[in-house]
Write a protein that binds this ligand. Sequence first.
Ligand code: 16G
Length: 242
Amino acid sequence: MSTIGADQRLTKTDQLREHLSTLVGERLRPGDRLPTERELADEFGVSRLTVRRALDRLESERLVYRVQGAGTFASRRPITKTIEFTSFSEDMRSRGLSPGSRLLDAVETPAGARIGYALAISPADPVFRVRRVRTADDAPMCLETSHVPLALAPGLLDLPLEGSLYSLLETRFRIRLVRADQVIRATVLDPEEAELLQAMPLSPALLVERTAYDQRGRAVEVAKSLYRGDRYSYEIAIERTS
Ligand code: 16G
């Protein structure tokens, strides 16, 4: 029997989901059938309900699909381009640059309708809003506004926010962000943004809107990152799927 349960921070469902997601991503080919619910329950010593919940998650993440009466199968690799999930600090280091931040402001504020909806909390619930100019080798690269529910990270504003926000969430609040929905758009800098990024007003920029989720699937951060168009690009590995 395989064991799960060593990591006390995760529920059995979360741990099984993690395990199966690795199985699907690394060992199964698209269209391969997963073991049955009963086999998984026996193998991991968990209830069928736990197995079903873990499979529900994988299905909603579109990593697997179910066929009535036939079982659960590994999905085709997504056609969408995959971009590695990183923090700004990790992103810059991987490009050989030294990351930094200048904190503009950090406040507690009601989530409001749009952010509340994305974070699955009510508009009146408090969030922390952190605005930073992110630098690479001390040169402004990006203007970043992050919203994090107060309930998930109480006391966040008392911590040093010039370093890595994701490291703080991980080390202080045991929240590890693993996945995000992102929209990437072209835009131009307004005068205030241009000044903060030491660029000309109306110069081109890349706006990335992110909702980031932790291992349990909780929405933890809604952020906008506005990159200088002349300093930042996305590298995307794509593969033919048919
Ligand atoms: C990335 C994220 C941003 C997050 C930041 C944390 C994008 C588009 N945005 O810039 O949402 O707040 O990383 O970086 O990737 P940090 O841990 O270095 O503070």
